[in-house]
Design a binder for this molecule. Sequence first.
Ligand code: BT5
Length: 325
Amino acid sequence: MADSAMDDRALLHLLSDGLYHSGSELGVSLGVSRAAIWKALKRLTDFNLKVDTVKGKGYRVIGGLDLLDSKIIQDHLSCEAQSLTDIELLLTVDSTNHYLTDASRISQKPYAVCLAEMQTAGRGRRGRSWFSPFGKNIYLSIGFDLPGGVEALSGLSLVIGLAAARVLRSQGVDNAMVKWPNDIWVDGKKLAGVLVELQGEATTGWRVVAGIGLNVEMTQAEGAGIDQLWASVSEYASCSRNKMVAMLLENLVQVLAIFKENGFEAFLMEWQQYDCLRGKSIVLSNSGIEGIAKGIDAFGALQVDTGVELLAVNAGDVSVRPNET
Ligand code: BT5
């Protein structure tokens, strides 16, 4: 095996059952020496996995792992979604969005997809970061071409969020809501975030890379460093990450096909049904302007009733006033 990442994946697969495996057993299974296993296990410490070593028994990953698996993902995808997507699965990467913005990653298929078990520099918006521990969550980016000028982009991140909200609801997270402009919330806590990044220009059309970070099995202890309230799917429903990934991709290719044809308007009604800000007293973080959220317009701009006027807000961050969450 020339590629150490391949060794690591195969080793992780063997350890994913959470049981003890001796170094020699792992070496025989993978066709490498015990020393190579030992080296690979040392590399795994970069993933912050809890590996338990007991003399005479061997090694185990405490709690086991639900690893991403391209075969399981493909098996859950319709033939159409399979034919449209080119899926690359990484163990670790700085950022799946960054990975797909590299021009050489452009696929022959309409949608280039990158998934990783962990991100070392997961990106949020405006230079913020996305906490991305190994094997717990979904870090998914999808790259595609979008013809048209600036107007073609209206509501794009809302549509991606809507696709995620649909999946979450179908999997038993009944209260999953969209929070303008790019979050999925449940019970006032952030469950997922969307980051849309663009290359190109209005005259030539856009190369879009849209990323979704969705917490699936991260415990509150593991995500203790996150500086806002957040939740994981496992607090509400049980679903394997592989199935969730497939459902996300299935929904993304569906909504993006409609979005490319008809724009955001086709999703306006549905988005409004899932809107967690509507009727709430909110503050626009950049300006400090306060008002009541009144839904969004046909271009995806947030409508805010300040008492003086109805503002249409195109970008920025919004917080719900504390007694309202
Ligand atoms: C977002 O930014 O919500 C967009 C997040 C997009 C992440 C995906 S993962 C796959 C792809 N590759 C990337 O590199 N990024 C995308 P923003 O609205 O700026 O929210 C960032 C804020 O959310 C942080 O400042 C924290 O307060 C909070 N946060 C960070 N990690 C979180 C997590 N895992 N769960 C919930 N909240 C988190």
